[in-house]
Design a protein around this ligand. Structure first.
Ligand code: GRF
Length: 197
């Protein structure tokens, strides 16, 4: 049974997609044991609690230094003996000590077809604003392994989504979530849990 931790900062729709996929059998041999957010008001924490999952708020603001936060975040997560960490809209820089400790076992969902519209400054709506500004006809989402870079680790899964006439960043974001993110993130976890990745 793959022990999964999910790191979040916002609404948690990707977390919800994971929880629903475990419940409906789309994901097998895996269990979400922990949800961690840097944002006490993240609705994702509510989603975890409603599901009876341990939900922690660990914020850099509560520490004297970033280094102290990094060490405590790693120590708290280590206590759950997790096999896989999933970044689902997690907006805090993942500590290098954590990337080293969980080498190859941290995955992230990014709302574009990497290498387009990724890297520093490309997160949330900004990704879709850039895609619309460039005039791409196809965008999508990517699940990749997290390394020390920004959105630079090996790609595991991608799914393309059409950009439509009249799309606003918000409309496009929703379509990318519905048609891509909420499908390939659970699919990636299931593959890892069943050693098909
Ligand atoms: C999603 O758009 C995801 O692609 C990005 O952050 C957002 C998280 O949304 N990484 P949610 O918190 O899962 O609803």
């Amino acid at each position: 049974m793959l022990r999964v931790g999910v790191l979040v900062s916002g609404g948690g729709t990707n977390l919800q997609a994971i929880l629903d996929a475990v419940d409906d059998g789309t994901i097998t041999n895996a269990r979400v044991e922990l949800v961690v957010s840097n944002n006490a008001n993240a609705y994702a924490l509510e989603r975890a609690k409603k599901h009876g999952i341990e939900a922690l708020c660990i914020s850099p603001k509560d520490y004297e230094s970033r280094e102290e936060f990094n060490q405590d975040l790693l120590a708290k997560i280590d206590a759950y003996h997790l096999d896989l960490l999933v970044l689902a809209g997690y907006l805090v820089k993942v500590p290098e000590c954590m990337i080293a400790a969980y080498r190859g076992r941290i995955i992230n969902i990014h709302p574009s077809l990497i290498p387009s519209f990724c890297g520093v400054g490309y997160y949330g709506l900004k990704v879709h604003e850039a895609a619309l500004a460039r005039g791409v006809k196809i965008t999508g989402a990517t699940v990749h392994i997290v390394d020390e870079g920004m959105d630079s680790g090996p790609i595991l899964l991608q799914k393309a989504v059409e950009v439509l006439e009249g799309d606003t960043p918000e409309i496009l974001q929703r379509r990318v979530m519905e048609q891509a993110e909420w499908k390939i993130l659970p699919q990636a976890i299931d593959r890892i849990a069943n050693k098909k990745a």
